[in-house]
Each structure stands twice: as C-alpha cells, then as structure tokens.
Design a protein. Structure first.
Length: 249
C-alpha cells in the first residue's frame, strides 16, 4: 500500500509508534533490529524521519546496571485540539524487568479480528482491542490470549508471536497480518520452525510464546486444553543453542 508524503499532520494528533526491548547491564538486545522496524513503520506512514541519533540518545537514558524493559515511543504532539502544529518526538520509558509466568496459561481472545489487516504489521498505539481482550483474560486468571481472525486462523498472542506444534513446529505467516517479531525472525533463521496458516481447530500438541523481551516461554494450556510442556521445553532448548536469548531474570 503506497502513501504520499504527509504535508498536513494535523489529523495525526495522538498517533504513536513504539518499540519495546530488553536492556541487561547496559546491553540493549537487538537494538538495531528494533530501530529498523520502527524506522520502517515511520517511513510506511510517511511521518517525519526518525534519526538514529535520537534513538541512541534515548537509549542512553537507561541505567547501565540492572535489568530493564524499555519502551521507545515516537509520538505526535499538538494538533487542532491544542491549537498548534503537530510535531513528532521520540520518548523513552523504562521499568525493572519482571519475569513472565512460566509456563503460561492462555485462553482464546474474545473477539475475532479482520483478515489480512496490514496495520497489525506495525507497533502502533492503536491496540485497544488487544488490551481489552488481554485485560478480560487476566481477570479470569489467564496470562495471555491467542488471537484469531474471522477466518479462524491463529495469529499471535497479545504480546508475542506463537510457535505451534502439530506434526512439526510452525509459526503463522506474516501475510495474515502479523507483527514481524524480532525474535520470530531469529528463530526462523535456525530452521527449527516453518511458516504455516494454522486454523484454530487444528490439533495443537505444544506451543511456545516468543518476544524479544521475555524470550521463549512454554504454554501449558490453551483454554481447557492441556499442552505438552516437555515437547515445548525441548524445542526451546534446541533453539537456545542457536539463538542467544536474554536471561530469564
């Protein structure tokens, strides 16, 4: 989908793109890949160019010691409600890393999403449906959700990509409208997983959630279905021999 350069940004008041990454003892995991993904989204939406120096300046604000989750947000300020021109600025927030539950208990997302939505391929602040579904699931005692589209294709979780074992390990293809996960791409490079459109009614024997903050986490249940934890953990060990992952905390 082509976009012409934006001349009037007044309608973008409040719009934001973001990246979330892990910084351990001053090491920012896959920082170059995160910057490229954010910069590609900025270009896709014809926003003012994001400079690498701004990215580095914000990362340098994170303490050099400790284990941190860092969110860098490229957001719009101003607009017609503030009676001033829209400008974009990169900001940083960080907090101490807190390990995710392990293993995870997941349930199905309450809503089906539109098919092949290209906007899902970008980390934007427009994630109300994801956040609402995850909030509802956590109120019921679950850790994460599996999100499907209206064709019942499995897409991802609220906070990561999915790796699913049926007869072998698969991950849903980006063409379904998925975020190109940084860790997902690293895992694909090992040959330990293939891409496949896995329907929600498939016989899934094991599953793993992956993101570049928490790494790879085995999933114990999806809804009332018990999954094979040993199979998931064996696969994580196999991948970990080929991809260096952040420490679990």
């Amino acid at each position: 989908m082509e976009h012409s350069p934006a001349k009037d940004l007044s309608d973008l008041s409040g719009f934001s793109l973001f990246e979330t990454l892990r910084v351990q003892e001053g090491k920012a995991w896959w920082a170059d890949e995160h910057f490229k993904r954010l910069r590609d989204s900025v270009k896709f939406f014809s926003l003012p160019e994001l400079a690498g120096v701004a990215w580095q300046e914000q990362l340098q604000k994170v303490p050099r010691s400790g284990d941190w989750v860092v969110r860098l947000t490229y957001r719009a300020f101003g607009g017609r409600w503030q009676n001033c021109p829209v400008t974009f600025r990169l900001d940083v927030l960080f907090q101490r890393f807190s390990p995710a539950p392990n293993p995870l208990r997941c349930t199905w997302g309450a809503y089906r999403l539109a098919q092949n939505d290209f906007l899902r391929g970008h980390k934007s602040g427009s994630r109300m449906v994801w956040d609402l579904m995850l909030h509802q699931a956590k109120q019921l005692g679950f850790d994460d959700i599996w999100i499907c589209d209206r064709a019942d294709s499995i897409l991802e979780t609220a906070v990561g990509n999915l790796f699913l074992f049926t007869d072998r390990w698969y991950t849903p293809p980006l063409e379904l409208g998925l975020l190109p996960g940084i860790l997902r791409q690293k895992v694909l490079g090992t040959g330990a997983v293939e891409t496949l459109n896995v329907p929600a009614n498939a016989k899934i024997r094991a599953a793993v959630r992956g993101n570049s903050v928490a790494g790879l986490t085995p999933i114990q249940t999806i809804g009332d279905c018990q999954l094979n934890l040993e199979l998931a953990r064996d696969w994580i060990r196999e991948v970990s021999r080929q991809v260096k992952l952040p420490l679990s905390g």
